[in-house]
Structure formats: C-alpha cells, structure tokens
Write a protein that binds this ligand. Structure first.
Ligand SMILES: Cc1ncc(COP(=O)(O)O)c(C=O)c1O
Length: 364
C-alpha cells in the first residue's frame, strides 16, 4: 500500500537519546522538552512557546486564556477538522462558522467583516492543508476591531507568509504534532505567542496553576492543567525540526511533479500566493467535474494507493447542523470535491500518477 504520509523519523535517529531518557529516568519536564521548546522558538521566531499534548488542547487553552465562555461568539473557518469548532462549544460559547475562499480554502475577509460584532471574543483562522495565504489580511481586520486572532496552524509548521513563519504572525498560534502532520511526536502540539502577559498566564496555568516554589513546595497561585509533552516525544520533535526546511522543499517538489501530470487532466490545485511558502501538509486537488471523488478514492484503494477526502465542512456535521443550521456553499462544495494524494520523502510519484490516469479513464 502506498500511504498518504510517512513520518520522517527513524529509530536510528532517536535511539541514543531515548536510551539516555531510560538511563536517567527523567521522562517528563527534562532537557529534551526544554530543547524542543527553545528550538521551536528560534525556528519560528516566536518569543514564547509552550508544548502541549495536541493542537486541540492548545486551542482550548488559548480560548481559556481569552476567557471565552457563555455569551461570547468565536468566529471560525468552517472548512476544517471539527476539533477547531469543538473547543469553542466545549466552553459554552457560540461558534459562528464562516465560509472560505474557493481558491485558497481559507477564511474570507468579506465573510469575517459580515459577522464580526462586539460579541466576537476571538477569531480562529485555519491554515488549510498548511497554506497560510490571506492570514495577514485577516490579522489586519482583527487588529482594527481589537479582536484576538488565534491561528489553527495544526497543519502549518514550516509554512510562512510575507517571510514570517506561522507561529510569529497571529496573536496566538496552535500546532499539531499528530502522525498525519509533518512533525510527528506521536501526539503533541504547541502554542506560540509574542505577548508577555499571556505567556506568563500560560506558564502558570500549564503547570497545574503553580508559580514556582516557596519553601521547597510548589506555589499554587491558580488552578491549572497538565497538557505536557513527554521527553520521548520532544526528542522526536527535535530531530524532525532539524530537517524541516528540507522536508518542506521536498514536499513542494513532489507537488510540482503531481501538478505537471494532473493539471492537464483537469485536477485543480489549492491556490498558494506568491508571498507564501506552504509546507504542503496535505497535497489536495479538486477532482475534475467528470470524476466522482468517492469512486476515485475507492478505485485507488483497490490499486494499493491510500487517498482521502480533503477535510470537513464543520457546519455539515450532525452536531453543528442541528444546533446552528447554516448553509456555507463553498466549504460544502470543497468537502465533496477534494482528494488528498500521497506525499512524503522518497515517494515514487510515477505509480500513483499511472493509477490516477487509469481510474480517471475508467470513469469517462
Ligand atoms: C485544522 C486542524 N485543527 C486541529 C486539529 C486537531 O489536532 P490534534 O489531533 O493535534 O488535536 C487537526 C487535526 O487533524 C486539524 O487538522
């Protein structure tokens, strides 16, 4: 089976450091967590970094930091994995789902301007499939309304807009290190911010509410949480971060190989602006009108090639449909017509392209 993605990390790369952790017995809050935190801060050019257990816990923590709760509205890009909206619902606030741009698949400034009000407590922009195109224009709108911008960069480690990395643009940025992502730590995530006050809140709250020690004991000045990334996971993160630049270049090269073959067949790519580097987290195309997306996925699976949909229109999922009943045509259409193809270091694109040719010819 040709898989969608293979984590770019081998046993040999981590073996010695894993052994070191087992020898020392320090499985959490040790030197590898410190190093991964430091390396991420340097790589992203973000002043503060906090590692978490996932993008979901990162997003949830950011909403708690902004004191989001009942009576508040959070504006959320509709076209995303439902973790993006779930964290808003979990805190009792209203999720206002917004439609996306049909080319970039990202939150539209016009949609945002229509829905932003004095009830808006935060905006969540999603770098769909790793593409931050339009993030700065959303940020400008949020700044002018003085509404904090949270970037759901679950897919966007290594991407940038206007020369700034995702993680150094929005007020708060949340990453995922799940195995479907480019940096895989098993499960894992991170929050970045340049705001010193927020960083201080995060430092205490993410340590169970303890602000250092007094008389040899933890000093609990707040209630708090434990969303810590373990040492073994941090080792995996460090190793992949070292080669992330090369991974992003390779994924873009693979995208170019697919484009050459698939655009003449009528597959339409995601638009990435010229001032943007996308990490090509997911290599996604809109299928040609004559092709049935689900049939294509099935035919390729029968030929040993793993593909999947793009992502979800959250407003069309049962919970959100019954609760909010909104109709967002672009996200709905994208959810029905996008396909994700395999993309990883060392992939031989030829057999995948041949299988796509065969499947598309069969569907004529
Ligand atoms: C856009 C987006 N946000 C959030 C998440 C949740 O990430 P995690 O599994 O790290 O909680 C995902 C996972 O696929 C995602 O794609």
């Amino acid at each position: 089976m040709i898989r969608l993605i293979k984590p770019d990390i081998s046993w040999d790369e981590v073996r010695l450091d894993f052994q070191d952790v087992f020898d020392s017995g320090i499985f959490t809050r040790g030197k590898y967590v410190d190093k991964f935190t430091h390396d991420l801060s340097k790589y992203l050019d973000a002043r503060h970094v906090f590692l978490t257990t996932s993008a979901t816990t990162a997003l949830s923590t950011c909403l708690k930091l902004l004191a989001v709760g009942p009576g508040d509205e959070v504006l959320v890009a509709d076209f995303s994995f439902p973790a993006t909206a779930n964290v808003v619902e979990d805190l009792g606030a209203k999720t206002v789902l917004l439609d996306v741009n049909p080319l970039t698949f990202n939150l539209c400034p016009d949609e945002l301007l229509k829905k932003i009000t004095n009830k808006t407590k935060a905006v969540i922009f999603v770098d769909t499939f790793g593409n931050p195109t339009g993030l700065h224009s959303i940020k400008d709108i949020c700044n002018s309304y003085r509404v904090p911008l949270i970037e759901d960069a679950a897919c966007a480690i290594g991407s940038s807009e206007n020369g700034l990395k995702c993680g150094a643009i929005a007020d708060l940025t949340c990453f995922s290190f799940h195995p479907r992502k480019i940096v895989c730590t098993g499960e894992g995530g991170a929050i970045t911010t340049n705001n010193d006050d927020w960083a201080n809140w995060l430092r205490v709250k993410l340590a169970h509410g303890a602000d250092g020690m007094v008389d040899g004991q933890l000093n609990f000045t707040e209630y708090g949480y434990n969303y810590r990334l373990p040492e073994l996971s941090a080792i995996m993160g460090i190793k992949q971060l070292e080669k992330l630049g090369d991974i992003v270049i390779e994924r873009n090269n693979i995208r170019d190989q697919y484009n050459k073959e698939l655009l003449p067949l009528g597959f339409a790519p995601q638009y990435v602006a010229s001032n943007v580097i996308s990490n090509i987290q997911s290599l996604v195309y809109k299928v040609p009108k004559r092709v049935k997306r689900n049939t294509l996925i099935e035919e390729l699976r029968n030929n040993g090639i793993e593909t999947t949909i793009g992502t979800y229109s959250q407003s069309n999922q049962q919970y959100y449909r019954l609760k909010y009943d909104v109709n967002l045509p672009v996200a709905t259409e994208l959810a029905a017509s996008l396909i994700t193809f395999p993309c990883y270091a060392g992939l031989n694109v030829g057999p995948v392209i041949d299988a796509i040719h065969m499947a598309v010819d069969d569907e004529k």
